[in-house]
Design a protein around this ligand. Structure first.
Ligand SMILES: *[C@@H]1O[C@H](CO)[C@@H](O)[C@H](O)[C@H]1NC(C)=O
Ligand SMILES: *[C@@H]1O[C@H](CO)[C@@H](O)[C@H](O)[C@H]1NC(C)=O
Length: 370
């Protein structure tokens, strides 16, 4: 087996040529991500109560003579979900339930009939919506795409066994299409190779009020991968008003001193890494505004028969990041420091907002391995 390296620009063409000439269909060839939402509809129910869980299902049988091996799944939801393939839990939505950020998952499939099932709820007062694109790979190297549309089945509430392949969903209603993907905001999808962006990250601090010059705060967030996913690398953009130091799993990754230039770091993880602990210490050097913004794109180790690289974004937000307005305790940068008593941070504005606008990104720093 010849090792293949894909560049994002030629991956589609190159991958299909390579697969067509591969003698062993089990050999993994598909590390570059190729799935997009362009043919997907946002779907949901018109009648669900806020906070109520709904079930959505789609079964797929390949054409005669085709045998499935794997799927790459891109999914976005407003605003919580759990994804199951053939009854097995695969993963959940983005950490802060932001429908403008997607997750990418990789699963091996059964040769013939497969069931994709999602339970979802809308807890943010929005209208709710599910957007899915699934790239199916066959043993002969060809592919198909399965998308959310009004052929998905839907049920308000979750009958026992609703996510299992054997469950009979023929009495479920069909999903309501809210319109094609293009009718709504573009969703930021983790790519492989990564395509880092500060979009949908928040400028955060411990308060939205005035901050005296000289104030230093520490911010922490732990990313826990979904089951069977192991981080391979993180591509991190970060800036602070005015200065910061960034630790990842207890190791200093970099520092910055200019609020309107984000740094671009790549962290490669040693085998066996699971949780990723991001810690930022930031100081307001001048003026009475302060903030910190970070976006990391996590690429998982390739898995399965399509050598597929799952991906997730970690964005600074007011839902999962913590800080303390008290004295910064010793050991705060260590991965095992217990920050559970620290309050959640305050979100000041999304990237691109009135106060900070858009900022530039410095050239990439050399990768570090931790
Ligand atoms: C799987 O993908 C990774 C990441 O691109 C690559 O390094 C590796 O060589 C691939 N493995 C195979 C067997 O193609
Ligand atoms: C559905 O979603 C909830 C909440 O996200 C989760 O706790 C539950 O286990 C899910 N799965 C099933 C099979 O109902």
């Amino acid at each position: 087996m010849v090792a293949l390296f894909f560049c994002a620009f030629v991956s589609v063409l190159f991958a299909s040529l390579s697969l067509a000439t591969s003698a062993d269909p089990a050999v993994a060839l598909n590390a570059a991500s190729q799935v997009t939402f362009v043919n997907s509809d946002w779907i949901w129910t018109p009648t669900a109560n806020p906070n109520a869980l709904i079930g959505l299902r789609k079964g797929f049988t390949p054409p005669v003579g085709k045998s499935l091996i794997a799927a790459e799944i891109l999914v976005s939801v407003e605003n919580t979900l759990a994804l199951y393939v053939n009854g097995e839990f695969v993963g959940s939505g983005t950490e802060d339930g932001d429908w403008v950020i997607a997750n990418r998952f990789c699963v091996d499939l059964l040769p013939s009939f497969n069931v994709f099932a999602v339970n979802g709820s809308v807890t943010n007062g929005g209208r709710g919506g599910l957007l899915v694109a699934i790239l199916l790979t066959y043993s002969d190297g060809t592919t198909d795409t399965l998308v959310t549309d009004s052929s998905w089945r839907l049920h308000n509430g979750l009958p026992a066994g609703w996510e299992q392949p054997s469950f009979d969903d023929t009495t479920w209603t069909v999903a309501t299409s809210e319109g094609p993907y293009q009718n709504f905001a573009a969703v930021f999808s983790p790519q492989y190779p990564p395509a880092s962006t500060l979009n949908r990250a928040n400028w955060i601090w411990t308060t939205s009020g005035n901050i005296p010059a000289g104030t230093t705060r520490a911010f922490r967030h732990t990313f826990t991968p979904d089951p069977n996913q192991f981080p391979m690398s993180a591509s991190i953009l970060i800036a602070a008003d005015d200065e910061y130091t960034l630790w990842v799993n207890g190791v200093v990754v970099g520092t910055g001193t200019t609020w309107n230039i984000a740094q671009d770091y790549t962290v490669n993880f040693s085998p066996g890494t699971t949780d990723i602990v991001f810690v930022v210490q930031a100081t307001n050097v001048r003026g009475t505004t302060a903030g910190m913004i970070m976006s990391a794109e996590i690429s998982m180790l390739p898995t399965g028969r399509a050598n597929c690289t799952a991906g997730s974004y970690v964005k600074s937000n007011a839902v999962t990041w913590r800080s303390t307005a008290g004295a910064i305790p010793a050991g705060f940068e260590q991965p095992n420091f217990d920050d559970s008593a620290w309050p959640l941070v305050v979100g000041k504005e999304l990237y691109g907002g009135k106060v900070y606008g858009t900022i530039s990104v410095a050239g990439p720093s050399p990768p570090v391995t931790i």
